[in-house]
Design a protein around this ligand. Structure first.
Ligand code: ASP
Length: 322
C-alpha cells in the first residue's frame, strides 16, 4: 500500500513538475479581421513559432474598435501564456484616442518583443481612372464630397494614415470603417469604396495581380519589392516629410510567469531568424526587427516613446472615441 502511494506521488510530480510550457494549444489573438495585414503577420508568425515552441497555435480574430477589443480580451485573460496578443502600432495610439479604454497599455501586459516594421501604400479601386499619383490628386479634387476612404476603425493604421493623407492634401473624405483591412480590401476590389491607405503586406499581392491600383508609398524611401519599386514616396510626390510605417509586436497578459515570457521571447527571436518567415515578410515589403526591440523591456520603452509622440498630436487634432 505504502509502495503504491509512493509510486502514485512520484507519478504526480513527474507530470506536474516536469510538465513543460506549452502543454496545450496557444491562442494568438489578432485584434483585426481575418485576411488583413495583422492577421497575415500572425499566421506567418504562428507557423514560425511552431518549430521552437512546439504544440498547436491557434489564431483568433477579435476585430472592432480599431484593435482595442482584441487587446482588451488579452489584457483580461488568464496570465498563463496560452492567450497572447499580436497587435500593431495602434496599441500606442489607442490611449489617446479611446476615452474608455478597458486596459492600461503599459501596465496590463508583459511585453514579448517586436516583429517587423511595414510601410503603407495609397491604393484605389481597380476602376480608378488616374494613371499616376498626380492624376489621383486631380481626381480626388474633382470628386470632393463623394470620396469613400476605407479604414479599420478609429486608431487603426489605415485610419491614421488616411487622416494624415487627407490633411496633407487638404481634401476631406468620407471614411468607411471595417473590422480590419481584410474585409476593406474586398470592398476596394469590388469598387464599393474608392481609396485606402494600407500596409504593403496586404496590398502587394493585390497590386501584383491587378486587382487594385497603387499610387504611392508612405515610407521615407522607395521600396525594393519589385512591384512597388516604381511607386513614388509621398514625400517626393510633394507631401514633405510624410512618413508612416507600422510595426507589429507581441504581448501576454500581465503576471504571466517570467519563465513562460522568456520562453516565448526566445521562440520569437528564433522565429525572426527563420528563413521562410523572413522570405515571406520581405516579399511583401516588411522589414524584420533585428535591433534590441526584439526584447520585451526595449519594446516597452519604444511603446512608451510612441505613446508620448502620438498622444499630444491626437489630442491637438481633437480625435476621440468612446
Ligand atoms: N491594416 C489594418 C489597419 O488599418 C489592420 C488590419 O486589418 O490588420 O490598422
Amino acid at each position: 500500500m505504502k509502495r503504491l502511494l509512493l509510486t502514485t506521488v512520484a507519478a504526480f510530480f513527474a507530470t506536474t513538475a516536469f510538465a513543460e510550457y506549452p502543454d496545450k494549444p496557444i491562442t494568438i489573438v489578432v485584434p483585426f479581421a481575418a485576411g488583413g495585414p495583422t492577421d497575415k503577420v500572425a499566421r506567418d508568425m504562428a507557423e514560425a513559432l511552431r518549430k521552437p515552441l512546439g504544440g498547436t497555435i491557434i489564431i483568433e480574430n477579435v476585430g472592432g474598435a480599431g484593435g482595442t477589443l482584441g487587446a482588451t480580451k488579452v489584457a483580461k485573460s488568464a496570465p498563463d501564456g496560452y492567450t497572447l496578443l499580436l497587435a500593431h502600432a495602434g496599441i500606442s495610439t489607442a490611449p489617446a484616442l479611446y476615452r474608455n479604454l478597458q486596459y492600461k497599455t503599459l501596465e496590463d501586459f508583459e511585453y514579448l518583443g517586436m516583429i517587423n516594421e511595414v510601410p503603407m501604400t495609397i491604393v484605389a479601386k481597380p476602376t480608378m481612372p488616374a494613371k499616376n499619383y498626380g492624376e489621383l490628386v486631380k481626381w480626388l479634387e474633382a470628386n470632393k464630397g463623394k470620396i469613400n476612404l476605407a479604414n479599420a476603425g478609429i486608431g487603426s493604421a489605415s485610419h491614421l494614415c488616411g487622416l494624415m493623407f487627407q490633411s496633407s492634401i487638404k481634401i476631406d473624405m468620407q471614411t468607411v470603417p471595417y473590422k480590419g483591412t481584410g474585409p476593406a480590401m474586398t470592398d476596394l476590389i469590388g469598387g464599393q469604396v474608392d481609396i485606402m491607405c494600407d500596409q504593403t503586406t496586404n496590398t502587394t499581392g493585390q497590386i501584383e495581380s491587378g486587382k487594385i491600383k497603387a499610387y504611392a508609398v508612405t515610407s521615407k524611401q522607395r521600396l525594393k519589392t519589385p512591384i512597388l519599386v516604381n511607386l513614388p514616396t509621398l514625400d517626393e510626390a510633394g507631401l514633405k516629410d510624410f512618413n508612416v510605417t507600422i510595426w507589429h509586436a507581441m504581448y501576454a497578459p500581465k503576471g504571466t510567469p517570467k519563465a513562460v515570457v522568456d520562453k516565448i521571447n526566445g521562440a520569437l527571436k528564433q522565429a525572426l531568424k527563420d528563413a521562410d518567415f523572413i522570405k515571406r515578410e520581405e516579399a511583401l515589403g516588411a522589414m524584420i526587427i533585428t535591433d534590441s526591440r526584439v526584447n520585451g523591456p526595449e519594446h516597452k520603452k519604444f511603446v512608451e516613446s510612441e505613446i508620448s509622440k502620438w498622444g499630444p498630436l491626437i489630442k491637438a487634432a481633437g480625435q476621440y472615441a468612446d
